[in-house]
Design a protein around this ligand. Structure first.
Ligand SMILES: CC(C)(COP(=O)(O)OP(=O)(O)OC[C@H]1O[C@@H](n2cnc3c(N)ncnc32)[C@H](O)[C@@H]1OP(=O)(O)O)[C@@H](O)C(=O)NCCC(=O)NCCS
Length: 408
């Protein structure tokens, strides 16, 4: 079987395969699945293997952008990965994703990104969790009543029906593209267009005294639960105004879920108590952005702002892309891959473990403590910051840990 780029004539087969492989868990999933396949832009970067007339496996790879440490990176979002059961475990998807990586190597794309179904499968291809995310799942009674929205007003409507509200959230997103302390992103239009047609999702936008949009929530209600997909606020008043809006659901719902919030979400401003008899509250890790570095030398030179006083030789292992497999020299002015070197190696890391170091999700100290960033001849890894080798401290300066989070 040969991997081909899909076109209009393949739309029906693609629909069948995606429907089969992603049985919807709820109405929202079902609507999303039906809408996205109606948009021909889904074919912009969709690939597949045919066995005669049967589409055996497929994946899509869509141009997007994401900001990491204040720099904009072109990335490819890998989506709609599916193989028909009778063609599974034959290496089709692995082969396709490797081919995709190889073709990105000399392109403008720095990372491949995806929301994983099985982290380990993608880890084997060099992906790793890049961004933090938490899920908050709570009985509504935990929400504190304190708010300080001072003059802000909130409007709500359905995503599909209210183009003014949609424009207003675009304005808020634009602000975040310039000012966010997390990882704002721009996704391919097939996803925004699909989102804009969702008939059961709601938007609530909050405005300041000058009627400027300052924050929004994307949500829906189901089974007496308020399900918050996104909450973004430009200032603290907007946070409180949106909280006040949520509190207005008090008599209508029993639970509230925030599916994806940053690690430093101001939870203390939302919740008064963390324990109530007979009630449930949970706040758990939910990382769902995995990245794969395409061309390491390019990424390092774009992202590193600090250079070490002493040369550092880092050995990187990448079993898939030879270009990334080797020794990288961090010198006073630049970072480069060295072709032949037989001297002392200062540290070693795999291409997947480099992902959280580069994004800022993990510090070099954390990676060292977990045996992911190793230092030759230092076999005992002490659980103490005082006994860390100098090279780990140097990497902490080059790659300081930051808050990572994205809304797509
Ligand atoms: C997930 C999915 C896309 C994998 O597709 P696939 O074509 O079977 O993928 P591959 O064959 O490349 O790899 C699958 C497994 O088979 C193994 N494999 C690869 N070649 C093999 C071979 N020749 N013989 C036996 N096993 C093999 C891989 O190592 C991998 O193992 P792992 O699951 O233990 O990591 C497919 O199972 C699917 O459609 N699932 C439902 C939809 C879904 O979850 N999509 C992903 C959303 S992100």
């Amino acid at each position: 079987m040969e991997l081909i780029k899909l076109d209009k004539s393949h739309l029906k087969s693609l629909k069948k395969l995606l429907k089969f492989s992603f049985p919807p868990e709820n109405e929202q999933d079902e609507e999303w699945g039906n809408l996205i396949i109606k948009n021909e832009k889904i074919l912009d970067d969709a690939f597949g293997w045919f066995d005669g007339d049967t589409l055996a496996a497929t994946y899509g790879s869509y141009s997007s952008q994401i900001m990491l440490r204040g720099e904009i990176f072109d990335v490819k979002n890998i989506e709609n990965v599916a193989t028909l059961p009778t063609y599974r475990k034959k290496g089709l998807i692995r082969k396709g994703l490797i081919k995709e990586l190889e073709s990105s190597c000399d392109s403008k794309f720095h990372f491949h990104c995806l929301g994983p179904f099985k982290h380990q499968f993608y880890r084997n291809l060099g992906f790793e969790n890049a961004l933090d995310s938490k899920k908050l799942d709570s009985d509504f009674d935990f929400l504190s009543k304190k708010t300080d929205a001072s003059g802000y007003k909130t409007k709500m409507g359905k995503v599909k029906e209210d183009s003014k509200l949609r424009d207003d959230i675009t304005q808020v997103k634009r602000w975040f593209w310039e000012h966010s302390r997390y990882n704002p992103s721009k996704v391919h239009e097939v996803f925004t267009e699909t989102f804009n047609q969702m008939s059961k999702k709601y938007i609530a936008v909050t405005y300041n005294e000058n009627f400027e949009p300052k924050g929004y929530i994307i949500y829906h209600e189901k089974d007496e639960t308020l399900k918050i997909e996104i909450m973004q606020y430009i200032d603290l008043q907007a946070f409180y105004a949106l909280k006040q809006f949520l509190l207005s659901y008090q008599d209508q719902v029993k639970k509230i879920i925030f599916f994806s919030i940053p690690l430093d979400f101001p939870i203390d401003l939302l919740i008064d108590n963390y324990w109530l008899r007979g009630k449930k509250f949970s706040f758990q890790d939910n990382p769902w952005h995995m990245f794969r570095i395409v061309n390491l030398e390019k990424v390092l030179n774009k992202i590193c702002k600090e250079f070490p006083d002493q040369d550092i030789y880092l050995k990187v292992s990448d079993e898939i892309l030879n270009k990334n497999n080797g020794i990288f020299l961090f010198s006073k002015s630049k970072i480069e891959r060295v072709e032949s070197y037989s001297g002392k190696i200062d540290a070693k890391i795999s291409i997947s473990d480099l992902v959280p170091l580069i994004s800022g999700r993990k510090s070099s100290f954390e990676l060292y403590l977990n045996g992911k960033l190793t230092v030759p001849k230092k076999n005992v890894i002490y659980n103490s910051k005082n006994l860390v080798p100098q090279v780990i401290a140097d990497f902490d300066e080059i790659f300081p840990k930051v808050n990572t989070f994205s809304f797509w």
